[in-house]
Design a binder for this molecule. Structure first.
Ligand code: ZN
Length: 213
């Protein structure tokens, strides 16, 4: 056996003082997995990564985000109950609103935050990119999974409950008794968004917008 190899075998591995402490390693592992998740979310270019993340989440790091609302959702007249729930989460620190969204849409969420004793901040930044109008953030890393930070739209929720698309789009209009019964049965919380056609409506030939024919 060559002497070099024997030497190698006899050598005991020395612990060098430069080796990172367990805490440092754990911190690195945590940030590394956060980076990986961001990569999986489809954002490219490692050095740009954190900056892109902050541009998208209204100036916040992804790992601090509890809940987000899109501009489209923000424009809906009703408050998303999920935001109220997120704001009452003990980990929630504040509500951040994109300053480019109209005040008439922001107001209801600012009032909501105030009524729950949470701070809300409006941020205006031309660097912001994406479809978000509002984020609820923690002051520390919470690492909420992607599918939990996004809120389903009214359409998505109703579709999940088996309401046909035409009937979902007929909100605010008069519908036939069959359609109304379907809403009552599968999504009773939506009843207020619909009215039933009267006998007279039907006599005048009004058609139910909730279905074809
Ligand atoms: Zn109908």
């Amino acid at each position: 056996m060559p002497p070099e190899e024997q030497n190698g075998k006899q050598k005991t591995p020395a612990v060098t003082p430069e080796e990172p402490s367990i805490n440092e390693t754990a911190a690195w592992a945590a940030s590394h997995s956060a980076l990986e998740r961001t990569l999986q979310a489809g954002i490219h270019g490692a050095p740009e990564l954190r900056r892109d993340e902050k541009r998208y989440f209204l100036g916040e790091f992804r790992e601090r985000v509890l809940k987000v609302l899109t501009k489209k959702q923000m424009a809906e007249p009703e408050i998303y109950e999920e935001i109220r729930v997120a704001l009452t989460d003990p980990r929630a620190d504040k509500l951040i609103i994109d300053g480019s969204t109209p005040d008439r849409h922001n107001d209801k969420y600012e009032h909501l935050a105030a009524s729950l004793g949470k701070q809300s901040t409006t941020r205006r930044d031309s660097e912001f990119q994406g479809d978000l109008a509002l984020v609820v953030v923690s002051d520390q890393a919470v690492d909420v999974p992607d599918e939990e930070i996004r809120i389903k739209t009214r359409e998505e929720k109703l579709r999940d409950k088996g309401i046909p698309d035409l009937l979902i789009q007929a909100a605010g209009k008069k519908i036939c008794l069959n359609c109304y019964s379907l809403i009552q049965e599968k999504a009773p919380e939506e009843k207020g968004h619909y009215r039933v056609m009267s006998m007279l409506d039907r006599l005048f030939g009004e058609k139910c917008p909730g279905h074809e024919g």
